[in-house]
Design a protein around this ligand. Structure first.
Ligand code: UD1
Ligand code: CA
Length: 416
């Protein structure tokens, strides 16, 4: 069960918090992926604030959406989903829609601890010297969990507690349902707190467990500052995976921005100040950057080069294709060993629509060429410096064109 209905007041945004992006993916996408990776019987997402917008982003997922309106707190959110749990005997994992970086290993460990200890609930916790904003885990003198106290309800006696609630829990379904009816809004925020279910279970003599993990992983997003912290952590994990598991050289990880869902082949080198968006695929032994901006839909073969101040979007690079400097390659297919001279662009947008360009194997595009899409440049063809190839004026194979607009200069001699 994923709670994603909240108003996100602290983000000061017109966009629902869970649709803000972390390393290129909506916050809620990370949470949904984490839930789906556990192969649950069902995933229920509680939505409310911006519900329609949120639903639209997840039409391909097997999610059951439940509406919460008005939003009266996390406990109230779970109440709205309670009908989905009627008759269900088993464990309910509750995830907060605004906690994106939970690792699969941690969630399986949480579930295992919960089942092994036969607890009615198990909370995922972490520690910080000053866990401001989070609910604190109150334990008795023998270390047993007693309840969770929210930041806004915190009294001096609990001010020193370092252990906090990640907003992630496993509940026995029946035990959860029974306590939901007992929640009240008798607290500082006048909300139904899901966290109070923990206290109610303990008061009733039930065992509640806690599983500890590290604080970075459970970083929640309440403000833009939290969003930035999560983004940095997510991207550093992505770079670590590329370096340690995929054999990619990243020269300056602190200045390299690679989003989630990017594939890069072995022995490719990524130079600093490069931005690579979700879904991009790059082959082996390529050189990328410095200062390259590689946008969605770009697929790069092996032994390619995308150098300084080159932007690509929906660009297919055949093996050995190179655009070394200062270029825009949008909605274009480059054949094998195509060379794009400095300052060349594909004018893919006519003000209304985007159009495609094809450049054949071995073509040589001279510096400062403008290819006005839609247009085709033939195999082994060549353009002179500052050529403008107008839309539809396809350049035949093995032909050199020059000028603005381009005119045929001559046919190439064989082997040229
Ligand atoms: C909550 C926990 C806190 C924990 C923290 C971890 C409660 C009362 N507090 O606080 O103990 O340390 O998460 O990040 O649960 N939501 C709804 N409907 C609502 C309210 C919230 O669906 O009516 C959703 C939000 O969209 C969000 C999640 O529940 O994804 C958490 O809500 P939020 O208001 O951010 O709770 P916190 O104050 O962070
Ligand atoms: Ca939160």
């Amino acid at each position: 069960m994923i709670l994603a209905a909240g108003k996100s007041t602290r983000m000061k945004s017109d966009t629902p918090k869970v649709l803000h992006k972390v390393a290129g993916l909506p916050v809620l996408r990370w949470v949904v992926n984490a839930a789906e990776a556990l192969n649950p019987d069902e995933v229920v997402a509680v939505v409310g604030h911006g519900a329609d917008e949120v639903r639209k982003k997840f039409t391909d997922d097997k999610l059951t959406f439940v509406n919460q309106s008005p939003q009266l707190g996390t406990g109230h959110a779970v109440m709205q989903a309670a009908p989905q749990l009627k008759g269900f005997k088993g464990d309910v994992l509750v995830l907060a829609g605004d906690v994106p970086l939970l690792r699969h290993d941690t969630l399986t460990r949480l579930l295992k601890n919960h089942r092994d200890s036969k607890a009615k609930a198990t909370v995922l916790t972490a520690k910080l010297p000053d866990p401001r904003g989070y609910g604190r885990i109150v334990r008795d003198t023998s270390g047993r969990v007693l309840r969770i106290v929210e930041q806004k309800d915190l009294s001096a006696e609990h001010a020193e507690i370092e252990e906090f609630n990640s907003g992630t829990y496993v509940f026995d379904a029946a035990a959860l349902l029974k306590r939901l009816d007992k929640l009240t809004t008798n607290n500082a925020q006048k909300e139904y707190y899901l966290t109070d279910v923990i206290g109610l279970l303990c008061q009733g003599g039930q065992h509640v467990g806690a599983t500890l993990t590290d604080a970075v992983e459970v970083q929640g997003i309440n403000t833009r500052k939290d969003l930035a912290l999560c983004d940095v952590a997510a991207r550093s994990g992505i770079l670590e995976d590329l370096m340690l598991n995929r054999g990619v050289t990243v020269l300056d990880p602190g200045n390299t921005y690679i989003e989630a869902g990017v594939e890069i082949g072995r022995d490719t080198i990524v130079y600093p100040s490069t931005v690579i968006h979700s879904g991009v695929v790059i082959g082996e032994r390529c050189e990328i950057g410095p200062f390259a901006h590689i946008r969605g839909g770009t697929k790069v073969g092996n032994d390619c080069k995308i150098g300084a101040f080159v932007e690509t979007k929906n660009a297919i690079y055949g093996d050995g294709a190179k655009s070394g400097h200062l270029a825009y390659m949008g909605d274009v297919t480059l054949g094998k060993n195509v060379n794009i001279g400095a300052g060349s662009i594909v004018a893919n947008y006519d003000g209304k629509k985007k159009h495609k360009t094809q450049i054949g194997d071995g073509a040589f595009i001279g510096c400062g060429t403008v290819l006005v899409a839609p247009v085709k440049v033939g195999k082994n063809a060549q353009t002179g410096a500052n050529t403008v190839v107008p839309r539809g004026k396809d350049v035949p194979d093995d032909t050199i064109v020059v000028g603005a607009p381009a005119r045929v200069l001559r046919k190439k001699t064989s082997g040229e």
